[in-house]
Design a protein around this ligand. Structure first.
Ligand SMILES: Nc1nc2c(ncn2[C@@H]2O[C@H](COP(=O)(O)OP(=O)(O)OP(=O)(O)O)[C@@H](O)[C@H]2O)c(=O)[nH]1
Ligand SMILES: [Mg+2]
Length: 362
């Protein structure tokens, strides 16, 4: 009986009588659209309740390239946005093998013990569905995956960093709406991925190893400048002495860098992700950072700047795609490329011509 009642209540919201002289087909459409709306509100509700399955489904919508999914995702994001401000977003980078996954396992578990809810996302533009992606190896996070208060999602796949980044940024909002107050975003140094992650996080943590030169560590110029903390991992066993030396060296080196707009002086710390030592002090320094930048207004300012940056990025990405994916422009581009090759036209004139054609397209 109660089941029937429940069913009829559901039916009611899905099949309220539609105006008398509407043809049956449109009536069906209206009913279907009401039902869809009902389901989306449901998804939002479940998301706000912290339901991880709903969060997973919401991120799948965000990651989908299907137009209808994207529309739904945008609706969902808009509704979720007001709920997503009370968090800290931490970017974590370092060369392959430095211990990012192991660190996230230890650090994430520590945070959960402190009563936090931890979401882990990744930006890996090289990942594709078939080749697997960072965080695909959940084996390094075997404890964290089991935690009720942890949510782990591998990188969205995609060939353009811009596309992957947009999906990740939107996923951050969804995680926060679901009550995850700490969002960890892992990246490997592929292309510009560190810069991208830096531009979507509040705190940027660089993991390093002792005893390996910058070249060996594949550290690109500019990464040190972005770091709010350099954490030397694997500071254990025979490696401890070298790690301590590396710490003083980094401290000396950091003196040479200009001060940051945030007013924060980057810190160097030691940890062993494997033996779970030094993890607490990493959190303490992030908390100290958070306190400082909230007091001096940089935290809010930086998030606003990031929003503006992402608005422009999204437009750039959209314009680029709409140009290069347009079949007419593809052909025209081919023609102009050949013309340039045979010195019939200069690159600038060809570009002008192409853009003019593009602007005239319907
Ligand atoms: N001794 C020691 N080994 C560690 C520590 N952290 C990680 N490792 C080991 O280093 C290896 C690489 O660790 P991962 O956590 O997979 O490193 P990663 O940076 O995530 O690597 P990629 O995902 O390939 O980029 C593993 O064998 C770990 O067990 C540590 O603190 N001390
Ligand atoms: Mg890893």
């Amino acid at each position: 009986m109660s089941e029937n009642k429940h069913k009829s209540a559901l039916n009611e919201s899905g099949s309220r009588p539609v105006a008398g002289n509407v043809n049956p087909k449109s009536a069906q459409k209206i009913r279907a659209s009401r039902k869809r709306k009902f389901l989306e509100e449901d998804l939002l509700q479940q998301l706000l309740e912290g339901n991880k399955t709903a969060l997973g489904r919401a991120i799948t919508l965000v990651e989908s390239n299907q137009f209808t999914h994207q529309q739904k995702a945008q609706q969902l994001l808009e509704s979720a946005l007001p709920y997503s401000q009370k968090s800290i977003r931490i970017g974590i980078t370092g060369v392959p093998g430095v211990g990012k996954s192991t660190f996230i396992e230890s650090f994430g578990s520590y945070l959960i013990r402190q009563g936090k809810k931890v979401a882990v996302l990744a930006v890996d533009p090289s990942s594709s569905v078939s080749s697997g992606s960072i965080l695909g190896d959940k084996t390094r996070m075997e404890n964290l995956v089991k935690e009720e208060n942890a949510f782990i999602r591998p990188s969205a796949s995609g060939t353009s960093l811009g596309g992957v980044a947009k999906k990740t940024r939107e996923s951050i909002i969804l995680c926060e709406a679901a009550g995850f107050d700490i969002v960890l975003i892992e990246t490997v140094g592929v292309g510009q991925s560190e810069t991208t992650v830096h531009s979507m996080t509040d705190f940027f943590l660089l993991l390093k190893l002792a005893g390996a030169g910058d070249e060996l560590q594949g550290i690109k110029r500019g990464i040190i400048e972005m770091a709010d903390a350099i954490v030397i991992n694997k500071a254990d066993g025979d490696n401890l002495k070298a790690a301590r030396e590396a710490k003083s060296e980094f401290n000396r080196a950091l003196q040479l860098y200009p001060s940051k707009e945030s007013g924060w002086k980057p810190k160097v710390a030691l940890c062993s992700a494997l033996q779970q030592t030094g993890i607490e002090s990493v959190w303490e320094l992030i908390a100290e950072f958070q306190k400082n930048v909230k007091e001096n207004g940089y935290f809010q300012k930086n998030r606003k700047e990031q929003n503006k940056f992402w608005l422009l990025q999204t437009i750039n990405e959209h314009l680029k795609n709409s140009f290069y994916r347009n079949p007419v422009m593809k052909k025209e581009l081919e023609i102009q490329l050949k013309a340039i090759e045979s010195n019939k036209i200069t690159a600038f004139a060809a570009a002008d011509l192409l853009l003019e054609k593009y602007e005239k397209l319907d």
